[in-house]
Design a protein. Structure first.
Length: 137
């Protein structure tokens, strides 16, 4: 994980894009940012498809009295409400925030969902990221 900060702020900010760029260690400029806010999830998935990835999100639920959280050592995105009153995304691992792409670094007040970046076909090497390719963009 290589921390990347968001470059767009407010209701249509790109914190999710910055989290994806951080986890995949890509420049934020090549990670897709949605054009229609109501379709952000679908647009991000369409854009990530060209890299061989897709997003998979789960709402946080309590099971048998315990809040579910991702397994240890899994780097993912936690979503929730920020202190600014807006939805926000941060990079999460081992039970805590490891990167908040907002300059305040305040994180989120309460986790509402976890989003994982998954490979379309883990056995298919044609989708592996060629780091040199992105240096030429």
């Amino acid at each position: 994980m290589k921390p990347v900060d968001q470059t767009i702020f407010g209701k249509n900010g790109n914190c999710m894009t910055a989290c994806i760029a951080s986890i995949l260690e890509l420049p934020i400029e090549i990670v897709p940012h949605w054009k229609i806010p109501e379709h952000w999830y679908e647009e991000l998935n369409e854009g990530l498809h060209r890299f061989g990835y897709f997003l998979l999100s789960f709402p946080v639920r309590k099971r048998d009295g315990v809040w579910w959280s991702p397994p240890n050592d899994v780097v993912c995105i936690a979503g929730g409400m920020s202190s600014r009153g807006l939805g926000h995304a941060v990079v999460w691992c081992n039970g805590h925030i490891i990167h908040d792409p907002h300059p305040s670094h305040e994180g989120i007040k309460k986790i509402e969902d976890f989003t994982f970046i998954c490979q379309l076909d883990p056995g298919n090497r044609k989708f592996s990221i060629d780091r040199g390719f992105y240096d030429k963009l």
